[in-house]
Write a protein that binds this ligand. Structure first.
Ligand code: SF4
Length: 163
């Protein structure tokens, strides 16, 4: 499995989840709290007609001129802001590699919050380091150890880790 934006998102939540996902170990589908599902589907508002799609993730194109594009996501909660930011940065870099300069924005109207996400050289380095770490995780024969974190109680792998 290659590093992609979804794994970037998982990495910000739990490295063990990255490994489990990379092995196609399906999280408990009955668990309504599968974090990525929450992020992608349940917390999204109705979308605008202008979208840009990367794999299984879509972003709204909020502004597009001949020089710049702003892509964003409107969410109900900023609970996963760090993960959302890493994922958005990943896609901003993909766009940059395709010759498109873009900025990102995460919108949380219920919290009256707007977070701008810019792809800087520093962030590109962070992405590269994170990619290497994800590659190391998914190339390991064994998953990372269980490290209890704030997402465990709502994780689709909870039974797998704690049964
Ligand atoms: S239950 Fe906790 S340790 Fe296990 S995969 Fe989920 S978040 Fe990671």
């Amino acid at each position: 499995m290659e590093v992609n934006g979804t794994l970037m998102w998982y990495y910000a939540i739990c490295s063990r989840e990255v490994w489990l996902m990379s092995r196609n170990i399906i999280p408990d589908q009955k668990d309504t709290n599968i974090e990525i599902g929450k992020f992608i589907h349940e917390t999204s508002y109705e979308r605008s007609k202008k979208e840009i799609e990367f794999g299984n993730v879509k972003f709204d194109v909020l502004l597009k001129t001949k020089d710049e594009m702003i892509i964003g996501e409107t969410k109900k909660t900023s609970k996963f802001q760090e993960a959302s930011t890493m994922q958005l940065l990943y896609y901003l870099r993909e766009l940059k590699n395709s010759g498109i300069n873009a900025k990102g924005v995460l919108l949380y109207p219920e919290e009256k919050k707007r977070v701008e996400v810019k792809l800087t050289e520093e962030k590109i380095l962070l992405l590269e380091e994170t990619e290497k770490e994800i590659e190391t995780i998914i190339n390991n024969i064994l998953p990372p150890p269980i490290i209890k974190n704030k997402y465990c109680k709502s994780c689709g792998y909870r039974e797998y880790c704690y049964a």
